[in-house]
Design a protein. Structure first.
Ligand code: Z16
Length: 816
């Protein structure tokens, strides 16, 4: 770009910003104020994307291509502004424009609130996939709910988690385009009524329903500098006019307003449980609301292309179910095809199976969704009938193929009977889909050989794997500009859209000059983080120490406790002077606990209590620090990850389906200490055994130990350091004001069998941590390992994942 042109574009951007401040926001542009100019910049950037977005959406219609519908109750897109700016390739322009107003772009970016429309990995994965669909030009849409309140805002008060309301739309977001005229009617409750059609066949219709409207709200997702902009459509609940009129006519004004407000509660708040769904009525209402609205939109688009027959529906539509949360889709599509479009059951079922595919994200038994037959029957009476009919035909079929196998019928049935009648949503998703995938090799294998073994026998080839990925745009280019620049200076920028190019870095792994530049970048990132921690917590940390990070949802299977036991062990060693010298470490913890998960909340308190003891002990000095950063979210992850030396991925083997934080760390040059679990296994495979700190029992060991004979008490008795650490916790060393406070944690380990095998892995973990420290003392070795981690992470781009879905599951190809 020539200088005059770029000056011109900077000048016109400046004009736009001021015009928006004055005419969109109605504020005086003088003097330039941060908050107003931030919004002015947002609107100016948005203007530049809208044209591309309209054109992309039009091109779908023109090419009558098969589209992908990625249905997810959760999205965690993170902040948009920088993502949009970089997608448009106008970062320098923006920096200059705001600089001319005496403002700093990086400061403006901090004005943006994070849309927390998800819990953790599953929601963030959906957003990485949106980014990759846009960058790979896969014709697709994301569908979800526009919650008024995202995941709760976490504060730490006296070491305890407190939950605050995250009213992220309080000040309208410039990124959410509300389509006030674009609404669908959604029905609930009522009853299913049989009637005879003109040909004398028995048919059903859903009558006497209550209804609510779904309003479309769109968010743009741009590809990286390719002019392609994908749409994410989030539904917001709006009460129907009928609803109001009925009450108003009765003269019941207050009642009218009250029921209006209640019906709009559907999209009010995200449920904050990550892996243990609670069978709450409002949650099922959210699921169906979102499914019914999305299918009306899908059908509207299908009809718009003038299709003569529904037989070609699966050639036009691929629906990916992100976990079982949208699985009621299968009954909904059957209802539409059979009741409204008058297709035969058999035809409708074939269409369904060709349309849907389902991604499973967990094997934890408490996470597998079920809904009581009573609730579904009440809220969605016609859908329950359809589910029963699907089940009847399915079990009929199984009975014919495996005569006399009552056990098999019971294990495969859509209805579980052991705990009152419950509909198993995973079973519905499996039989209604053509493909079911797990999210990492090990996880997919467990689905086939343990969790859904009987289904795998029944439908050979239906189960497959697509290992998760992360978008290099957000997780390297945007989050780590210094490293991106260094990488670019030796291998160019190809990696941004083809991450396999990172392998060219391997040639520099032992180059002393490159190593030094690598270390400088990492040091710089650590200093930036230290400044952030000081600002946020008022705690000083030393960037020369080893930054050891455990950041993810707080859950027993993720074993934050194992890490805490290591910290206490180091603490005891330092205090007793039993190590000649110690590699100074700073431990970072961050993550939210589900508000009803008491054990997880107690773990947060314990981390903070241990931190308080360690940080306040003069005997420890700089050698060990523990910080818990409140309110972990996407933009906090972007600050933490580029500054990490060590990534903690220490879940009990077999329990973390994939993990994606593990990928973000390794991509940014952190080394991993981890178990053979989820995607850790595949990360270790590509970065090399020598460049990964492995410990712990394997999934098969875990399975064996769970089958009997595991005795944590015996391990406790025989390991002095472990015993000491546990005794300190249970006798109140970290809670002198309430000595029994942490008893439930120690009880879960000693009295209740240590289900997550913390004690079983303790010794190996502590030993491997010692190896970490030793390697860290050799900067050339550590830096080499770090470079080789980044260099070999090409596989974990979400572009690769999306292209696998496109080729093998959706059967769609990129637009040209
Ligand atoms: C979630 O984030 C995940 C699983 C689940 O059942 C529910 C939620 Cl909200 C996570 C997995 O725990 C994690 O291993 C995986 O990487 C992620 O989903 C994306 O697949």
């Amino acid at each position: 770009m020539t200088a005059p042109e770029s000056n011109q574009s900077v000048e016109s951007l400046k004009d736009d910003i001021q015009r928006h401040v004055a005419l969109t926001l109605g504020s005086d542009p003088f003097p330039p104020r941060k908050g107003r100019y931030y919004l002015g910049l947002c609107y100016s950037v948005r203007d530049r994307l809208l044209g591309q977005w309209l054109e992309t959406q039009r091109s779908y219609y023109d090419s009558i291509t098969k589209r992908v519908y990625y249905m997810s109750l959760e999205f965690l897109p993170g902040r948009f502004l920088m993502n949009y700016i970089q997608a448009l390739g106008m970062e320098e322009e923006c920096r200059e424009a705001v600089r001319d107003f005496g403002l700093d772009l990086d400061e403006l970016l901090e004005e943006e609130w994070n849309p927390g429309l998800g819990n953790g990995g599953l929601g963030r994965l959906a957003s990485c996939y949106m980014d990759s669909m846009a960058t790979c030009r896969i014709p697709g849409y994301g569908y979800g709910i526009l919650y008024d309140y995202g995941i709760f805002y976490q504060t730490i008060v006296n070491g305890y988690q407190h939950e605050g309301a995250d009213n992220w739309l309080r000040q309208d977001s410039p990124w959410v385009l509300r389509r006030g005229h674009f609404m669908f009617l959604i029905n609930f409750y009522g009853r299913s009524e049989a009637y005879e059609d003109s040909a004398g066949h028995e048919r059903f219709r859903w009558v006497d329903t209550e209804s609510v409207m779904a309003m479309a709200c769109d968010i743009m997702v741009p590809g990286h500098q390719n002019g392609h902009v994908t749409n994410m459509r989030l539904w917001k609940a709006i009460s129907t006019r009928d609803f109001e009129l009925e009450h108003f006519n009765r003269g019941d004004y207050i009642g009218a307003v009250q029921s209006k407000v209640e019906s709009e509660n559907i999209s009010k708040v995200l449920y904050p449980n990550d892996t243990s769904p609670r069978g709450k009525e409002l949650r099922l209402r959210q699921q169906y609301f979102f499914v019914a609205a999305t299918f009306q939109d899908i059908l509207r688009r299908f009809r718009k292309n003038n299709y003569s027959s529904f037989d070609c529906f699966p050639d036009q539509v691929a629906v990916q179910l992100n976990d079982t949360h949208p699985a009621i889709s299968i009954a909904e599509l059957m209802r539409i095809l059979v009741d409204e479009e008058s297709l035969t059951w058999e035809t409708a079922w074939t269409i369904c199976q060709k349309t849907f595919s389902y991604t499973n994200h967990t094997v934890l038994p408490e996470a597998l969704e079920t809904w009581s037959v009573e609730l579904i029957g009440r809220m969605l009476p016609r859908h329950l009938q359809i589910i029963f009919e699907i089940n009847r035909r399915f079990l009929d079929d199984v009975g014919k193929r495996f005569p006399g196998r009552v056990d098999l019928l019971r294990s495969l049935s859509l209805i579980a009977e052991d705990n009152g009648k419950q509909v198993r949503m995973a079973h519905l998703a499996i039989i209604g889909s053509h493909t079911v995938n797990g999210v990492a090799e090990l996880h997919s294998k467990i689905l086939k050989t343990r969790l859904f073994k009987d289904f795998d026998n029944l439908y050979p080839g239906k189960f497959t794997n697509v290992t998760n990925g992360i978008t290099p745009r957000r997780w390297l280019m945007q989050a780590n500009p210094a490293l991106s620049e260094l990488i670019g200076s030796v291998i160019g920028d190809e990696w941004i859209h083809d991450l396999s190019h990172l392998s060219e870095l391997a040639a520099y792994a032992d180059d002393p000059e490159f190593q030094q530049r690598w270390q400088e970048v990492r040091k710089r990132n650590k200093k930036l983080l230290a400044r952030y921690v000081l600002r946020k917590l008022g705690v000083g940390i030393n960037p020369a120490t080893l930054f050891d990070m455990h950041i993810k949802r707080i859950h027993e299977y993720k074993r934050q406790i194992l890490n805490v036991l290591h910290v206490i062990t180091l603490y005891n060693r330092i205090r007793s002077g039993s190590v000649a010298h110690h590699v100074p470490r700073t431990l970072f913890f961050a993550g939210k606990a589900a508000p009803g998960y008491m054990q997880a909340k107690l773990i947060i308190k314990l981390i903070n209590a241990v931190g308080q003891a360690v940080n306040g002990d003069p005997a420890v000095g700089n050698d060990l620090r523990v910080v818990f950063l409140p309110n972990y979210c996407v933009s906090q992850a972007e600050k933490l990850i580029p500054a990490a030396d060590l990534s903690e991925q220490i879940s009990t083997a077999g329990m973390e389906a994939s993990g994606t934080g593990n990928m973000k760390f390794a991509l940014n040059g952190a080394l991993t200490i981890g178990t053979l679990d989820g995607a850790n296994i595949e990360i270790r495979e590509v970065v090399g055994e020598d460049n990964f700190f492995l410990f712990g029992h394997t999934e098969e060991d875990v399975h064996r130990l769970h089958s009997g004979g595991y005795d944590p008490v015996q391990i406790y008795e025989s390991n002095i350091e472990l015993k000491k650490a546990l005794d300190m916790i249970s006798t109140g060393f970290f809670s002198p004001e309430a000595p029994g406070l942490f008893r439930p944690i120690v009880d879960s380990l000693l009295a209740h069998g240590d289900y997550y095998l913390v004690l079983a892995d303790y010794a190996k973990y502590v030993a491997e941590q010692a190896r970490v420290s030793k390697c860290y003392e050799d900067p050339a070795l550590w830096t080499r390992m770090s470079i080789l981690n980044t260099a070999n992470m090409g596989k974990f781009s979400s572009d690769r994942s999306i292209m696998e879905y496109a080729r093998n599951i959706w059967k769609v190809s990129p637009l040209t």
